[in-house]
Design a protein around this ligand. Structure first.
Ligand code: F6R
Length: 260
């Protein structure tokens, strides 16, 4: 794991954007995995700006989103479809048919999940998966106790996650109970995992995920098993890491060819 600590979320998101942009420039038909929520908003803003001002080309890129709420129509303002169109897809030149988000209205959910996994495989696997983390350590919507080898499936949200997402639905009671999410095994198959976390309320989940024992009780710990996981944090999210000074020292002393 590589842990990068930045003074604020803006600088952290700029590094994340440079990493994603480099992948797209080196491999124009790259397959990107995207997350939703507050954390990647500045990353998406940066990618949209790079497309507008620097010609970053998404014309051959394919995307797979991590998750979607079950039963919420794609056009619903709180759906993760709507989020992605509002914050990224409407602002870059990605062809609609290259965008993949789990179908929230699927009648046969197990079949849909199998098709989603197959679609990822057929696209050649995910080159870079963008991730946020829940206050309870979830990745995607893999809540605590998710199998570390799980695949795309239906999950039931914890009350903690429903409370954290209440604002988007105008109240906790309106947050759906069920979601379709890539599994932790699906995420582990990505060639690069790019996790961002900002703010004091993520500090515990980050410390447990990066420095605690690998356990299904903290799904973020699965990244310790990944050959290339980059974790980009602001100071607050890094504040409970025991080895924070060491991570900063390593980052400052990276060989120049390895810098982002
Ligand atoms: C959303 C997702 C979730 C979020 C996590 C953090 O697609 O996969 O794991 O990344 O709940 O959410 P924010 O960024 O809103 O704190």
């Amino acid at each position: 794991m590589e842990i990068i600590i930045q003074p604020d979320s803006q600088q952290a998101s700029q590094i994340a954007a440079r990493i994603v942009a480099k992948i797209v420039k080196e491999k124009p038909d790259a397959v990107l995995g995207f997350a939703t929520g507050n954390t990647p908003l500045q990353l998406y803003k940066n990618l949209a700006r790079m497309h507008r001002e620097e010609g970053l080309d998404f014309g051959r890129v394919t995307t797979f989103n991590l998750d979607e709420y079950v039963g919420i129509p794609p056009v619903h303002p709180s759906s993760l479809h709507s989020y992605m169109w509002a914050h990224l897809f409407s602002q870059i030149n990605i062809p609609r048919e290259r965008i993949n988000i789990p179908d929230s209205l699927a009648t046969d959910i197990p079949a849909l999940c199998r098709q989603y996994e197959q679609a990822i495989r057929s696209a050649g696997g995910i080159d870079a998966q963008v991730l946020g983390i829940g206050t309870n350590g979830h990745l995607g919507f893999n809540e605590p106790s998710s199998s570390l080898y799980s695949r795309t499936r239906i999950k039931t949200l914890t009350e903690e996650t429903r409370l954290n997402n209440a604002a988007a639905f105008g109240g906790h009671d309106n947050v759906p109970l069920h979601v379709i999410t890539m599994g932790l095994g699906t995420i582990l198959d990505s060639r690069l995992c790019l996790l961002m976390a900002f703010g004091k309320k993520k500090a515990k989940a980050i410390a447990l995920s990066a420095e605690g024992p690998v356990t299904a009780a903290v799904p973020g710990t699965v990244l310790q098993l990944h050959p290339r996981a980059i974790i980009i944090l602001d100071k607050e999210a890094a504040s409970e890491l025991k080895m924070a000074d060491y991570y900063t020292w390593v980052y400052e002393h990276k060989p120049s060819w390895q810098k982002y």
